[in-house]
Design a protein. Structure first.
Length: 478
């Protein structure tokens, strides 16, 4: 870090997190409005599924590229462009008169979000001194789950309110003024870039990376709904050799003295490599929350609004967990992440006990304690783990590292509902009732959190010593 941190870093972070919150709300809010969209546009079930899928895929495949472009052209420029583009794409989605236009606008939203999101972590990593990174990371980590929980709640309110007769279109129009304020504010408040990576983007590596991500994500997002056809397994298997080929190409590019999309030496840091593994398992386990939503809506016939209110206590846990992570993460290192995962295990166990014991008579009040524990573990575990993982990258790789981290999160969030949802629907197909299906799925989530907790012992005891210089290839921090 430089001796003098950027003076307006906290004001800039507030603007950046506003845009992240907008993106997370938009990602979740669409789910609530899908029945209304289907009726208004005459969408088929497959087209309706792609309304969410188009965004997810476009977002995931753009993250690493967006991070590296930020390293090259400056994080301010990429954030402003991404946020402004997101606002324009949101306007296009709200004005869509047919399904094809809506799908194109949703894909554009995902692309611009992929340019916008990596710049936030990169800014945090590059502009905040070590003593403040835990606090800043806590606010960052809190934004994602709060936006995810607020999305369904706002979706239910806006759709039912039918403001100006816009029906479902309001959920997209609301992004436009927020994106405008965030883009203009960031252009005025964020600092000019201090250094840039001057090499060009690797086009061959980019194509291979996109192929590998699509091979992994398309089956995970679509496989369960389509009954896991043969092609979904073929693509999943193909993702591994494509990923290996990408690594080989990046290593060769480095050896020729050219800038890669992802510096292989960065990923070889123990903090980064193990952190990404734990993160993948961690976010995969969160698919259990998806199953709980199905249980409440499809099994107990909760309305979307009542379901969102039942999940609302998790925000209390997230705020408390992040507060603990802010103070404990920099001091305790991997122990802070392990404590967060232990709380998640307790929350998952309590959720299993309540869902199984209450059966069809489950009330939102009975979920308060398990949901708060779940939120607290999520808040503490995610913020401390993010801080540990990013400590394995130098400031010159901050954008690329942020893109890698966010891509792994997307993979975990896609794999979670796919794997845990398969257990849920498989139990129902096998003759089990909704309570048994939910219990089995929550057990799988519990097992994934336990596996992530066990993997934490491979993390460094403390964060890697901070430096603004790029990580040397092959260096292995402990």
């Amino acid at each position: 870090m430089t001796d003098e941190p950027y003076r307006r870093r906290w004001a800039a972070l507030a603007l950046l997190l506003t845009a992240i919150f907008m993106d997370m709300v938009d990602n979740q809010i669409v789910t609530i409005a899908l029945p209304t969209i289907q009726h208004d546009l005459g969408a088929t079930p497959a087209a309706l599924q792609w309304t969410a899928t188009a965004y997810t895929l476009a977002f995931a495949v753009t993250l690493i590229v967006g991070g590296r472009l930020g390293d090259r052209f400056g994080h301010r420029a990429l954030f402003v462009a991404g946020t402004a583009g997101f606002g324009v794409a949101s306007l296009g989605a709200g004005l869509a008169q047919n399904v094809d236009t809506l799908l194109a606008a949703r894909a554009a939203q995902g692309i611009f979000a992929g340019l916008m999101v990596p710049q936030v972590l990169a800014f945090l990593h590059a502009e905040f001194p070590r003593s403040e990174q835990g606090k800043a990371m806590g606010f960052y980590g809190m934004t994602f789950p709060l936006g995810g929980l607020a999305g369904p709640l706002l979706g239910g309110v806006l759709t039912q309110a039918d403001l100006f007769g816009w029906q479902w279109r309001t959920i997209f129009f609301v992004n436009v003024p927020i994106a405008l304020v965030a883009a203009v504010g960031a252009a005025l408040v964020m600092p000019a870039p201090r250094r840039r990576v001057k090499a060009g983007i690797d086009p061959i590596g980019l194509v291979v990376l996109l192929a590998a991500l699509l091979a992994a994500l398309v089956p995970l997002v679509q496989g369960r709904e389509l009954g896991w056809p043969v092609w979904s397994f073929v693509l999943l298997v193909a993702a591994l050799p494509l990923a290996v080929l990408f690594v080989v190409l990046q290593r060769n590019r480095e050896r020729r003295g050219r800038e890669p999309l992802v510096r292989v030496g960065m990923v070889r840091h123990r903090a980064m490599a193990v952190g990404l593994l734990v993160m993948l398992i961690f976010y995969c386990g969160m698919g259990a929350f998806f199953v709980l939503t199905l249980h409440l809506q499809d099994g107990l016939h909760y309305s979307p609004l009542k379901t969102a209110l039942a999940m609302l206590p998790a925000t209390v846990g997230i705020v408390v967990g992040n507060g603990a992570g802010m103070s404990m993460g920099p001091k305790l290192g991997r122990v802070a992440t392990m404590i967060g995962l232990a709380i998640l295990l307790a929350g998952s166990a309590a959720m299993i006990w309540v869902v199984t014991g209450a059966g069809a008579g489950l009330t939102p009040w009975q979920l308060v304690v398990p949901v708060i524990l779940y939120g607290a573990g999520l808040g503490m575990g995610s913020s401390s783990l993010m801080l540990m993982t990013l400590s394995g990258a130098g400031a010159a790789d901050a954008g690329a590292a942020s893109g890698v981290v966010n891509t792994v999160i997307q993979l975990g969030m896609a794999a979670g509902p796919a794997t845990i949802g398969t257990v849920f629907f498989g139990t129902l197909t096998g003759g089990g009732d909704i309570v048994e299906a939910t219990r089995n799925s929550l057990y799988l989530g519990l097992g994934l959190f336990a596996l992530a907790l066990a993997a934490c012992v491979l993390l460094p005891r403390r964060r890697v010593a901070e430096s603004r210089e790029p990580v040397a290839e092959g260096q292995f921090a402990s």
